[in-house]
Design a protein around this ligand. Structure first.
Ligand code: UD1
Length: 349
C-alpha cells in the first residue's frame, strides 16, 4: 500500500485537501496529513477542517506568521526532516501559498515524487507572491494536476505538457458536498445584501488603497457584509481606519458552509479571493473582483465576474448586473479528487 503525504497550511488548502483525503481513504492509500501551521487562528483552521471533513493532522509544523522568505524556509526545514522520517511514496501540495512552494521544493530535492494539485493557474502578475509560488511549484513538480483547460494551455506554453493531466477542480467536489438545506445562516444574513471579502496584500497593505477599497464598499446601495480575514483586521487596526459608517458591516471569517450559504443568498459578491470568484460563478451569483486580473478567466463568461480593481467608483454598477446564463461547467463535474488520486497512484506504481 503506497503512503502519500498531503501538505496543507492555509485555509483554501484545507478546503482542497478535504475531498482528496476522502478519495485517498477510499482507494486504500495510507495518508500522512501535515499541517504547516501557516494559518493558526481557530476560525481559519479547525473550523474549516471540521467543515470539509478533514481529520486531525498527523503533524503540525506550527510555523505561524513571518516574512515570506522566513515562513517558506521554516516550512522547508520542517518538511525536509519529516519527509526523510516518513519516506512517503509521493508528496501532494495544493494551490499557491508559501506552504505549497515549500512542500514541492522539499520533496523534489529529496527525490520523492511530487504532485501539484491546482497546477497551471496564472495571473501573469509577478508582483503577486502567489504567482511566483505557482510558477516555481509547477516547474519543480513531477505531476501537474490541472483544474481547467486554461490551466492546461498555460502549462503547455511553459513546456510542461508532458507532466500535465487535466483532472477538474477539487474545489467543485468540496462545494458539491455542502448541504445548503441544513447550513444555518448568520442572523444578519437577511433581506438584500452584498457579501464581501478582502485579503490580498495589494488591497490591504497600503493604507491609501485599503482606505479607498473600504470607502467604495461603504458607498454601495445595499448592506455589505464583509468577512474580514485576520490580515485585513490587523491592517485596519494598524492604520486606525474607522470604516463602519456606511453600508459596510465587518464580521469574523465564517465556516466554509456558512460562507458559501451567505454568498448564495446574496445579491452579489465583492472579493479579491480566487476561490470565491469561482464559487460565485457556480452558485450563479454575480461577482465583482477587486483586482485587475484573474486566474479563473472562465468566470468572466456571460458577465458573471467583472474585474473591478481599478474602477472602485463604479463598484455598484459592476456588481448589479444581469449576467447571461451559461451552459458550460468549466471547473469540472465534482469528481476531480478521485482522478487526482488515480493519477498519483498510476504514476508511482
Ligand atoms: C495566504 C496565501 C494566499 C491565500 C490566503 C488564504 C501565501 C503567499 N498567501 O495569504 O495565497 O489566498 O493565505 O487566506 O501563502 N493571520 C492571522 N491568523 C491566521 C492567518 C493569518 O492572524 O490564522 C494574519 C497575520 O497577521 C499574518 C497575515 O494574516 O501576518 C498574513 O498571513 P499569511 O499566511 O502570511 O498570508 P495570507 O494573507 O493569509
Amino acid at each position: 500500500m503506497p503512503t502519500l503525504m498531503n501538505v496543507v497550511g492555509a485555509r483554501p488548502q484545507f478546503i482542497k485537501a478535504g475531498p482528496v483525503s476522502r478519495a485517498l481513504a477510499k482507494a486504500g492509500v495510507k495518508e500522512i496529513l501535515v499541517d504547516t501551521g501557516q494559518h493558526y487562528d481557530e476560525l481559519m483552521t479547525d473550523v474549516i477542517m471540521k467543515d470539509v471533513g478533514l481529520r486531525e493532522p498527523d503533524f503540525n509544523l506550527g510555523v505561524g506568521s513571518a516574512p515570506h522568505g522566513l515562513q517558506t524556509a521554516r516550512i522547508l526545514e520542517g518538511l525536509e526532516v519529516l519527509i526523510q522520517d516518513v519516506q512517503p511514496d509521493a508528496v501532494l501540495s495544493y494551490g499557491d501559498t508559501n506552504s505549497t512552494l515549500a512542500a514541492a521544493l522539499a520533496s523534489a530535492k529529496l527525490g520523492v515524487f511530487t504532485a501539484h494539485v491546482e497546477a497551471g493557474l496564472r495571473s501573469f502578475n509577478r508582483a503577486m507572491p502567489e504567482e511566483l509560488n505557482r510558477v516555481a511549484t509547477d516547474h519543480i513538480s513531477d505531476l501537474l494536476l490541472a483544474p481547467t483547460e486554461t490551466a492546461v494551455k498555460n502549462l503547455g506554453r511553459e513546456g510542461l505538457l508532458s507532466r500535465t493531466v487535466m483532472t477538474g477542480d477539487v474545489m467543485v467536489d468540496a462545494l458539491l458536498s455542502i448541504r445548503f438545506d441544513v447550513v444555518e445562516l448568520p442572523s444578519w444574513a437577511t433581506g438584500d445584501y452584498y457579501a464581501a471579502t478582502i485579503h490580498r496584500p495589494s488591497n490591504t497593505d497600503d493604507p491609501a488603497r485599503v482606505g479607498a477599497v473600504m470607502e467604495s464598499l461603504n458607498r454601495l446601495d445595499l448592506p455589505v457584509h464583509l468577512m474580514a480575514h485576520p490580515r485585513l483586521q490587523a491592517r485596519l487596526v494598524e492604520f486606525d481606519l474607522r470604516i463602519e459608517d456606511g453600508a459596510l458591516h465587518l464580521h469574523d471569517p465564517l465556516s466554509y458552509g456558512q460562507m458559501l450559504a451567505v454568498v448564495k443568498a446574496s445579491r452579489g459578491l465583492l472579493t479579491d479571493s480566487g476561490g470565491l470568484q469561482k464559487e460565485a460563478f457556480i452558485l450563479e451569483v454575480p461577482c465583482a473582483t477587486i483586482r485587475d486580473e484573474t486566474e479563473w478567466p472562465e468566470t468572466l463568461e456571460g458577465g458573471w465576474n467583472v474585474l473591478a480593481g481599478s474602477d472602485l467608483d463604479r463598484l455598484a454598477q459592476q456588481v448589479v448586473r444581469a449576467p447571461r446564463p451559461v451552459d458550460s461547467a468549466p471547473f469540472g463535474d465534482g469528481m476531480a479528487s478521485g482522478r487526482v488520486v488515480d493519477e498519483v497512484i498510476r504514476h508511482i506504481s
